[in-house]
Each structure stands twice: as C-alpha cells, then as structure tokens.
Design a protein around this ligand. Structure first.
Ligand code: PGA
Length: 252
C-alpha cells in the first residue's frame, strides 16, 4: 500500500479573470473541505495568484503558478522568478507543460534550471513530460520519457527527487478528449518511477507521478486507482468547480 497522498491539480491555462477565479474558489472550497488525504491545487494565471492565495488561505487548496523563469532576476521582459512567486505564498509551480515546450520553445536545459530554482525557493514543482502521437506510433514513448526525465531532473540531488511531482501528459491526450487507456497510463507512470528508482529506490517510492490529458469526472476514478498513478493534472475539467470537486472526490 502506497503512502503517497494523491495530488489533484487544476491547470487553468489562460482562463479566468480575478473575478471569475473568486467565484470559482468560493464554489470549490465547501465542496473539497472533507477531502481528507487529498492534496488539492489550483494553477491560475499569474494575475489571479495573489487573490487565490488569499481566498484559499486556511483551506486544503494550494495555489500553484503555471510557469516561471529559471534565473533570479534580469532583463527578461514578461517573465517572473521563483522568488516573486514565493513572496506571494504560492505553493508550487507547473514546469515544462507541453504547451510551453511546443509554443514557447521551453527547453530541457532551461527546465533543469527551473526545477532546482523552484526547489531552492521552497516551491513544489510539477515537471510535465510526455510523448507526441507520432512518437508513440513510432514506439518512441519510453525513449522520450527517459530523455525528459534525465534532463529535467538532471540537477536535482538524488535525495531530493521525491520533492518533484512528475506529470505524465501524453500530448495526444491533452485537450482532445482522447484520454490514455488505464494500461497506457499505468505503463508510463511505472516506467517513470523505474527511472527515478535508478537514482534512488527510496525516493522513487515516495515521489508522486500523476497523469494528465482529458481527465474528467467520468474517467478519474479508474485512472486514480492505478497503482503508479498518484493523482491528476486536470485542464479543461478544472475550470468548473463542480467537475473539479468530483475529480477530487474520486481521489479519496
Ligand atoms: P486537459 O489538459 O485536461 O484539458 O486535457 C491537461 C493539461 O494540459 O494539463
């Protein structure tokens, strides 16, 4: 029996003004107040982080950012540092989402620095990895995952590995409704855990590997019951407090 608490994180992407975020959190809090043993996080846009930290204070809901820069400061127009997030009392940060990798040229090299910068600032990172449809069809899924894990966690000391949650997000399943089968999700999560075990068996046992890609209230229970899947990174279905709360309930 695993001792890993499930993590259900809602990635809002570029959705919700502060006013919309406030009505979401007021609807969510009573619906998840009894979700004992489940770590719940919302990941709003930068502009709503401070308001959500305030509104969620004292509740079980944590607040994560969706990205940050790897350096402490400098001439990087439009960027935000780990210290700026930590100052807001943000709990963690998503790193390396496939949309950032594909649309904004996020590199493995920058991600390796982002992961350690987040840890140094006391933020919990969620590092996203996952193969494209053509990589899966070519049989390259494991090669891709191995590469992304080796690079992204390359600067994390072995004894700190469990402080990073890994989100397995097959790109073909994101926003498409084409959720991975339980077998595909379990195989990939177990493979990722085995990669971590190659550096520290003890940390691999403690590290959380979560699944993302078209998770909703209807399919969450089956995915969350898989032995190596320790939660979910939820996009579209996290925008609605009732659906999101149902996913949290499925993790209990
Ligand atoms: P989705 O997005 O749940 O809308 O597929 C998941 C994600 O991008 O993290």
């Amino acid at each position: 029996m695993s001792t890993r608490a499930p993590l259900i994180a809602g990635n809002w992407k570029m959705h919700k003004t502060i006013a919309e975020a406030e009505s979401f959190i007021q609807a969510l809090l009573p619906r998840v107040s009894a979700a004992d043993g489940v770590d719940v996080a919302i990941c709003p846009p930068f502009t709503a982080l401070a308001a959500m930290v305030d509104s969620a204070r004292g509740s079980r809901v944590q607040v994560y950012a969706q990205n940050m820069h790897q350096l402490q400061d400098g001439a990087f127009t439009g960027e935000v540092s780990a210290a700026m997030l930590a100052e807001l009392d943000v709990d963690g940060v998503i790193l390396g989402h496939s949309e950032r990798r594909e649309l904004y040229g996020e590199s493995d090299r920058a991600l390796a620095l982002k992961v350690t910068a987040a840890l140094a600032a006391g933020l919990h990172p969620i590092l996203c990895v996952g193969e494209s449809e053509s990589e899966r069809e070519r049989g390259d899924t494991e090669r891709k995952l191995r590469h992304q894990i080796q690079e992204g966690l390359g600067k994390v000391p072995a004894e700190q590995l469990a402080e990073v949650a890994i989100a397995y997000e097959p790109i073909w399943a994101i926003g498409t409704g084409a959720v991975a089968s339980p077998e595909q999700a379990q195989d990939a999560a177990a493979f990722i855990r085995a990669l971590l075990a190659g550096r520290s068996a003890e940390q691999a046992e403690r590290a959380r590997v979560i699944y993302g890609g078209s998770v909703n209230a209807g399919n969450a229970a089956e995915l969350l019951a898989l032995p190596d899947v320790d939660g979910a990174l939820v996009g579209g279905a996290s925008l609605d407090p009732v659906q999101f709360a149902a996913i949290v309930a499925a993790a209990q």
